[in-house]
Ligand binder design. Structure first.
Ligand SMILES: Cc1cc2nc3c(=O)[nH]c(=O)nc-3n(C[C@H](O)[C@H](O)[C@H](O)COP(=O)(O)O)c2cc1C
Length: 307
């Protein structure tokens, strides 16, 4: 058996597979059918200070090799999350990363302060890259990223991730997040895309654009993670975007991810996601690699060295 444990953010993850924010919701439905001990962490759906009802329907539209989502940060708000969801999430046999977002640095700071001391919140992930909320695409601008991350950092004591987009000058945004105190980054969020109804000639989504997720974005996410690892050799990276199978997981690790975020695949084929750690173990063992950390960033170091 290979060692799958990943030590990152001052935490010990049982394996590198992390359920990315959104598709897994708050983990409650998944916990009924799957053993959450088989993933390294659950990232919750993004929580905001006040409840949000999200965008009008439709919120999910088919796309080749993926889906366009336009959920719009629907969530019950911080108070209901703390009172009703967190006590159940706390009992999960995996690490819990709570995703948060705010309309302003002040709001984000308030939210981070309310959640940071709560038992069961192992880390916070600041969602700075939701493509589906009007006026909140803060991650296009390093100065805003710095202000939001600084606010969350000052208000919390738990490890802090910044969830950033894979568009625009994303390396500047990574730099901004790290310099403002983030302990690592989750790269990438869904990429903006759209579809048009051929009978009406109109965009299918109310907000025209939605976030493209799934295998369609995998090569883009992989390249962003590779570039981020090259530019920031030491930082923690949760490589997210289009991973749906063992091959994708292996590529993400070789590109430089410490942890692998899995989103769309949890909706498309949850069995495959919960099988990943076993497949990873088998692959490493078959290749004579005793520890998964030997793969991290292999693409930057002359490839995989099989003994
Ligand atoms: C239905 C759906 C809801 C999502 N909701 C969130 C969210 O609340 N917060 C967030 O940071 N990312 C959210 N995402 C983005 C994912 O966490 C992930 O970054 C993105 O989908 C790319 O990974 P994937 O191709 O594995 O899905 C959502 C994605 C989907 C498909």
């Amino acid at each position: 058996m290979a060692a799958l444990t990943v030590r990152a953010l001052g935490l010990e993850f049982r394996n590198p597979v992390v359920l990315a924010s959104g598709p897994a919701g708050f983990g409650l439905e998944l916990a009924e059918s799957f053993d959450l001990a088989k993933v390294g962490a659950l990232t919750t759906k993004t929580v905001t200070l006040e409840p949000r009802s999200g965008n009008p329907q439709p919120r999910l539209v088919d796309a080749p090799c993926g889906v366009l989502n336009s959920i719009g940060l629907q969530n019950p708000g911080c108070d209901a999350f703390r009172a009703e969801l967190l006590p159940r999430i706390r009992a999960f046999p995996t690490k819990r990363i709570v995703s948060i977002a705010g309309r302003s640095p002040e709001e984000l700071g308030t939210l981070a302060a309310r959640l940071s001391g709560e038992p069961g919140v192992d880390a916070l992930e600041v969602n700075l890259s939701c493509p589906n909320v009007r006026g909140e695409t803060v991650a296009e601008d390093p100065q805003s990223v710095r202000a939001f991350v600084h606010a969350a950092r000052s208000a919390s004591t738990v490890p802090l991730l910044a969830k950033l987009p894979g568009e625009g000058k994303y390396l500047d945004l990574v730099e901004a997040a790290l310099s403002a105190g983030a302990d690592g980054v989750a790269l990438i969020n869904a990429l903006r895309g759209m579809r048009i109804h051929t009978e009406t000639g109109l965009p299918l989504l109310d907000r025209q654009a939605g976030g493209l997720c799934g295998p369609a974005i995998f090569p883009i996410a992989l390249q962003r993670v590779f570039e981020a690892r090259k530019a920031f050799p030491e930082t923690v990276i949760v490589g997210t975007g289009g991973v749906s199978d063992l091959r994708g997981a292996l590529e993400m690790l070789c590109a430089g991810a410490d942890l692998i975020g899995v989103g769309f695949a949890v909706m498309a084929d949850p069995d495959a996601v919960f099988r990943l750690q076993g497949e990873l173990d088998e692959w490493l063992t078959a290749h004579g690699i005793s520890n998964v950390k030997e793969l991290r960033g292999a693409a930057h170091r002359g490839g995989i060295h099989v003994r």
